[in-house]
Write a protein that binds this ligand. Structure first.
Ligand code: C2E
Ligand code: CA
Ligand code: CA
Length: 792
């Protein structure tokens, strides 16, 4: 029986889970590491790029500055221009300024007097006001040129200032490029960076010193989107100058470098930036590639795991199946695992275990189902086979055979030879039978055959065949031995549809065959000695004793050696008021079992003595023998009863004979023998009944206080001048005489038997040949007529 098991956990799934998550973990770690390394590399690279970009940016500005300086100097050296300045010829001044400015695409050109008054302005023809960059004016007068990025009208300009000399300085000319979207776009192309230009409003700064003005930085141009540029502007106040840093614009981080581009007080700055995401983009490709590779590896690992698990699980499942079949009792399956690994070893061990268990099971089965002496199946096996046939509703015949007088053979020839005979008998029977028949040895000298798919006719034919085989002499230990057997058979399902019923039926049939010497007997419910209705017989029997339904019949024991036939055996008869005649064999064994035999025996003793006295008084002295059953020999009060009965009847004790079968003193021999001794002491005669069939040994025979020995009918029935029976009967007669006993032969049905027995010296004979058991009156008539003249 297998116990309830917790829900199943699949090995393959568990392995896949473990391997899968391990791989995922490694993959995640690798990706994390790679992305961090990449970020570090990219950040470093951006740092370098930004510094590089800064250099490029500065150089581009320098180039512009040189170009501007060149153009301004050319203009300042132009004679016409110098004249016009000196003469303040406004028209010439303006056209020269414009011409020179247009030539180099300057966005701004100014002319101012040395004291800072604007003389000409490309933005405004009226040109009044002051020059906005007095420090540059001063620097230009001192050094001959000055330049800077400046804020003007909230725009950034790259401005160059040079003095106009005639030959002493008379004015300054300024030329500037507007740093606008186009310029920063070009710079972006040049550097690969986002470029933003901020200018600080000095006045705003000084005015709002206290609240660290965020408003002081003005965006002048940018390659960023408007939103990003705005976000950058917000962070300008806190940004570090000249250091690479990460600034978050919206949700995009930028590596940024704020660099001063004006010469004066960091009031003009350029912010160079590059998006980290963008820089990482090519590396993301690698990450995706890694991810894809990891995914494929994971998939492959899972598939491999499943295959691996199958490789383990499948043989294990085979083992499991084999184990389950073993559990169900099927040992024929070998776990078929051919792998040469540990699982193969396991399967091998399993198979070894299986065959060991199978062998052991077989041995146990053999012990349980086999008769060790003959090797034939035993009673258990036979019963099971019968049970199967009954369950399957297969009609079948069961034959039971019992070797007659086997005990005697065993005792006289020895047990070794007895065993050999039993084996030989088994082998001979087996050889006769078809394969489908089961032959079993049920007990000492009892064999049974189960023939399936058979009917009554088959049963009789089979029994006859078996009987024929048993009649052939056996040779054992160099001796030829004749065995004889009794046969009973039953047919299923007519004679019973349960094993116990069928076995009882064949038992009954065999019993009749043996008891009544009727050869092969088929079970008949009328034979059944222990039918259920016999239970009610128990009450009936008690009443029968009380109400005189019982009768004694008498059968003569004829004197074979001369005349004078005054011996008889009393045999009980029951005339049941409703059931009619009931033979003794139907109620004596029953009465023995219930203990009612005691009462019955007492009734018989009393009745027989009464009859004896009657005949005696009629001048016809007869010796009457009655049958005492084995149970009576354990009845301690029997002696007393017999003694009293003898007294009361006045019959001489020696007229009463008691017949005892050998089985009577097998159970408690000492006690039975003591009682027999006491009975003998009363003067009654004792006889051994059915001699040769029971268990007697010569040792007992010598000790028993008996006077008569009755040879069993089995030896007389087929008695001929020659043969086993003749030998046994003759030696028994001789043995009896040697022990000083009278020898009586029972069951004489033919004249020839009587003559043989007479010639062999047998003292008395009993049998249908002389008379059947008859009522007292008939017996008296027989005695007076046939008996008087009878001579064997
Ligand atoms: P048993 O004591 O061996 O009695 C002899 C049996 O053989 C009697 O059967 C008798 O009718 C039968 N018989 C006699 N001559 C022949 C013959 O030539 N051929 C054949 N085939 N049979 C013959 P019965 O009367 O049916 O008794 C059967 C058995 O019942 C007796 O065997 C005995 O064991 C028992 N029995 C009978 N009467 C009594 C009794 O009063 N008390 C006890 N305790 N047992 C009794
Ligand atoms: Ca008898
Ligand atoms: Ca007898």
């Amino acid at each position: 029986m297998s116990e309830p098991r917790p829900p199943r956990r699949y090995l393959s799934r568990r392995l896949a889970l473990i391997y899968g998550s391990l791989l995922l973990l490694v993959l995640a770690a690798v990706l994390l590491l790679v992305s961090q390394v990449q970020r570090a590399i990219v950040t470093q690279q951006l740092h370098d790029d930004l510094l590089l970009g800064q250099g490029v940016f500065q150089r581009a500005l320098e180039q512009n500055q040189q170009q501007l300086t060149q153009a301004a100097k050319v203009l300042a050296a132009d004679f016409g221009f110098v004249d016009a300045v000196a003469s303040r010829d406004q028209g010439t001044i303006s056209s020269a300024l414009n011409n020179h400015g247009r030539r180099i695409s300057a966005d701004l050109s100014l002319l101012a007097s040395l004291d800072g008054q604007l003389i000409a302005d490309s933005r405004d023809d009226s040109a009044n006001g002051v020059f906005p960059f007095p420090d540059l004016l001063q620097l230009a007068r001192e050094r001959g040129a000055a330049s800077s990025i400046v804020s003007l009208d909230n725009k950034a300009y790259q401005l160059v200032v040079v003095p106009v000399k005639a030959p002493l300085p008379v004015a300054v000319v300024a030329m500037g490029f507007l740093i606008d979207a186009a310029v920063v776009n070009d710079l972006q192309k040049l550097t690969g960076m986002q470029v933003s230009i901020f200018g600080r409003d000095r006045h705003a700064k000084t005015n709002t010193e206290t609240n660290a003005s965020t408003e002081s930085w003005q965006l002048q141009a940018s390659t960023l989107t408007a939103v990003q540029a705005d976000a950058l502007k917000q962070q300008m106040a806190s940004a570090d100058m000249a250091a690479v840093q990460t600034l978050q614009l919206g949700d995009v981080p930028f590596q940024s470098l704020v660099t001063s581009i004006g010469d004066r007080d960091n009031n003009e700055v350029a912010v160079l930036q590059r998006s980290l995401d963008q820089a990482l983009a090519p590396h993301r490709e690698l990450q995706r590639y890694l991810l894809g590779l990891g995914g494929i590896a994971l998939l492959l690992a899972l598939i491999a795991t499943v295959f691996l698990a199958r490789g383990i699980v499948k043989p294990l499942q085979q083992l499991q199946t084999a184990a389950q079949r073993m559990e169900a009792g099927d040992y024929a399956v070998n776990a078929d695992v051919s792998s040469r690994d540990e699982i193969g070893d396991l399967a091998h061990a399993f198979n070894t275990m299986r065959s060991t268990i199978a062998n052991r099971e077989q041995q146990i089965l053999d012990l349980a189902y086999r008769d060790p002496l003959t090797g034939l199946p035993n009673r258990t096996y036979f019963t099971e086979q019968l049970q199967q046939a009954l369950t399957a509703n297969i009609p079948a015949v069961v034959v039971l055979l019992d070797i007659d007088r086997f005990k005697m053979i065993n005792n006289t020839l020895g047990h070794a030879l007895g065993d050999e005979l039993l084996r030989a008998a088994g082998a001979r029977l087996r050889a006769l039978l078809p394969d489908r028949a089961t032959l079993a040895r049920l007990g000492a000298d009892e064999y049974a055959v189960l023939l399936p798919e058979a009917t009554d006719r088959d049963g009789r034919a089979l029994a006859e065949q078996l009987a024929g085989a048993m009649q052939q002499p056996f040779v054992a230990g160099g001796q030829t031995v004749d065995l004889r057997a009794s046969f009973g058979y039953a047919v299923t399902p007519e004679d019973g549809n349960r094993t116990s019923a069928v076995l009882r039926a064949v038992d009954v049939a065999l019993y009749y065959s043996r008891q009544q010497r009727r050869g092969i007997v088929r079970f008949d419910p009328a034979l059944q000695p222990f039918r259920a209705e016999h239970l009610s017989l128990l009450g009936d029997l008690r009443r029968a004793v009380a109400e005189n339904e019982l009768r004694l019949y008498y059968q003569p024991k004829v004197n074979l050696q001369g005349s004078g036939h005054g011996y008889c055996e009393a045999l009980v008869r029951w005339q049941h008021p409703t059931r009619g005649f009931i033979p003794p064999i139907d109620f004596i064994p029953f009465a023995e079992q219930t203990g009612d035999i005691k009462r019955l025996t007492r009734w018989i003793v009393a009745r027989a003595l009464g009859q004896c006295r009657e005949w005696q008084q009629a001048g016809m002295p007869v010796n009457i023998a009655i049958n005492i059953s084995a149970h009576d020999l354990l009845d301690d009060s029997l002696r007393e009863f017999v003694a009293e009965s003898l007294d009361r009847s006045g019959v001489a004790p020696e007229r009463l004979g008691l017949e005892v079968t050998e089985s009577g003193f097998i159970e408690e021999p000492e006690r039975a023998m003591a009682l027999l001794g006491q009975l003998r002491a009363l003067g009654v005669k004792l006889a051994i009944d059915d001699f040769g069939t029971g268990y007697s040994s010569l040792a007992y025979l010598k000790k028993l206080p008996v006077q008569e020995l009755k040879i069993d009918q089995a030896f007389i029935r087929q008695l001929r001048a020659e043969g086993d029976d003749a030998a046994i009967v003759r030696s028994t007669i001789e043995l009896g005489h040697n022990l000083g006993l009278q020898v009586v032969a029972e069951g004489i049905e033919h004249q020839e038997q009587a003559i043989l027995l007479r010639d062999w010296g047998c003292d008395r004979g009993q049998g249908y040949h002389f008379s059947r058991p008859v009522p007292a009156d008939d017996f008296r008539q027989w005695l007076q007529h046939a008996g008087a003249t009878l001579k064997v």
